[in-house]
Design a protein around this ligand. Structure first.
Ligand code: UD1
Ligand code: CA
Length: 451
């Protein structure tokens, strides 16, 4: 089978009106990735050799997402929305180049698995002209029905056009199908728009193929895979399914999720061995967690690399560009962005590290802020290995703190500090003996104290 070529056509020209959103439907996210990226990912897993995406006119954002998620894919514009079969023919030029198998997948069906697409291709390799994914729906409202007789798929009937007994048919049409490349165009060109909506239905491929003495097959999959997203409610339901899958995969891979249902993962989150994730942690895109690291509760982690045995949180925020070295510690109420901390470095409390590097074993005290932004541009702070930054210091970037340097607490550091130097940059403490007691005698002060 691997020797067979395969063109995938993704239908993504829908307007998505029911999402009530300015964003194109296929760009909404599930598990941190667009619906379209999920579909393109499943296609990549099923070994397609070329991909065509059919989009609506003027959808530049969709084109950009296609290029990002699947650089080799080609976009075709369907100028008028005249039905799913009409949409497939928008990619006619790609079909004419020829492929053994043609997979047709809806862009709003993000949970479809590569393995199921491979099963469809297998049916084509075994001589079906059309193969369709079907499922048993808990609520079949709105789905087309697969009409099966003697193990043969004989038709797909849209709900509106189906008879009462056909509606009772157990298998629903998932909308994902495969066509044999050699007969695909002949079938698609014979489809008519003689139905209630006056659209060219892809579902007619089955009856047309059979009219041409070709065979059709149904391949059954789990309902969850075929969830089509038309509304925000369905988007939330798909998110729940995707999270269940990702949590299960993490547990299977040996990650300790103390309370799995409270952890939100991204489709690309990567874990090493013996990682512990405490309750209520959210992972965004592009996170890697190495062996033995612990993510404590209520942490929010995006675009971060967490090194071996590192500790994060509770209540930490790691933003894109964070790289924590082996055994590094980022504690409560610490925010890190575009910053590298080397092995054993610590920022345990109430700190902002932005556009910074922190050398091995350096200690950043509570309340330290890297002042990286001057209102116009961002600047870097470099903290050398083994340096000690006293609590409540402001490091005004660009600035370098040398190896082993010591910054007294409460300092506002505006110039570089050499290695092993002590720097104090704070106003002098003024002490006036007895002054507080005298002031207390004043009425106004006594009043304000009692309020
Ligand atoms: C379709 C199927 C139905 C199936 C259901 C599964 C048809 C006629 N019906 O119904 O049997 O049970 O999916 O979810 O295929 N699109 C275009 N251009 C068009 C029309 C649609 O690109 O002119 C795209 C949409 O963006 C969407 C997909 O095709 O991604 C399906 O279209 P939609 O209108 O949602 O079909 P359903 O009514 O859900
Ligand atoms: Ca749909």
């Amino acid at each position: 089978m691997t020797a067979r070529t395969c063109l995938a056509i993704v239908l993504a020209a829908g307007e998505g009106t029911r999402m009530r959103s300015a964003r194109p439907k296929v760009l909404h996210a599930v598990a941190g990735q667009s619906l379209l990226a999920h579909v393109l990912g499943a296609l990549a897993q099923s070994g397609v050799t070329a991909t065509a995406v059919v989009i609506g006119p003027g959808e530049d954002a969709v084109v950009a997402e296609v290029k990002r998620a699947s650089p080799g894919a080609e976009c075709f514009v369907q100028n008028e929305r005249r039905g799913t079969a009409h949409a497939v023919l928008a990619a006619r030029a790609a079909i004419e180049r020829g492929a053994d198998d043609i997979l047709i997948v809806y862009g709003d069906t993000p949970l479809v698995q590569g393995a199921s697409l491979a099963r469809l291709r297998q049916a084509i390799a075994e001589d079906a002209a059309v193969a369709v994914l079907g499922f048993r729906a808990s609520d079949s409202t709105g789905y087309g029905r697969l009409i099966v007789a003697d193990d043969q798929l004989i038709a797909i009937r849209e709900e509106a056009d189906a008879s009462a007994s056909e509606r009772k048919t157990a298998l629903c049409n998932g909308g994902t199908m495969a066509l044999a490349g050699k007969t695909a165009l002949a079938i698609l060109e014979r489809i008519k728009n003689h139905n209630r909506k006056g659209e060219f239905y892809l579902t007619d491929t089955v009856e047309v193929a059979r009219g041409m003495e070709l065979s059709a097959a149904a391949v059954e999959v789990e309902e969850d895979e075929m969830r089509g997203i038309n509304t925000k409610k369905q988007l939330a339901e798909a998110e729940a399914v995707a999270q269940q899958r990702l949590r299960q995969a993490a547990l299977d891979a040996g990650v300790t999720l103390v309370a799995p249902d409270t952890v939100y993962l991204c489709a690309d989150t990567k874990f090493g061995r013996d990682v512990v994730v405490e309750p209520f942690v959210v992972f965004g895109e592009k996170v890697t967690v190495e062996d033995g690291a612990v993510i404590h509760s209520f942490s929010h982690v995006v675009g971060a690399h967490i090194g071996k045995g590192a500790s994060v949180g509770p209540f930490a925020r790691l933003r894109p560009g964070t790289r924590l070295g082996e055994g590094a510690r980022i504690g409560n109420f610490v925010e890190v962005k575009e910053a590298v901390t080397e092995a054993g470095a610590k920022a345990n409390h109430l700190t902002y590290l932005g556009d910074a590097s922190v050398g091995a074993n350096a200690n950043v005290g509570a309340g330290t802020i890297t002042c990286n932004y001057d209102g116009a541009a961002k600047h870097r702070t470099e903290i050398g290995r083994g340096a000690f930054i006293g609590s409540n210091s402001a490091l005004v970037a660009p600035v370098k703190i040398g190896e082993g340097a010591y910054i007294g607490s409460g300092s506002v550091i505006t110039r570089d500090v050499p290695a092993d130097a002590l720097a104090l940059a704070r106003s002098q403490q003024v002490v006036k003996e007895g002054r507080a007691a005298r002031l207390r005698g004043l009425k106004s002060l006594a009043k304000s104290r009692n309020e």
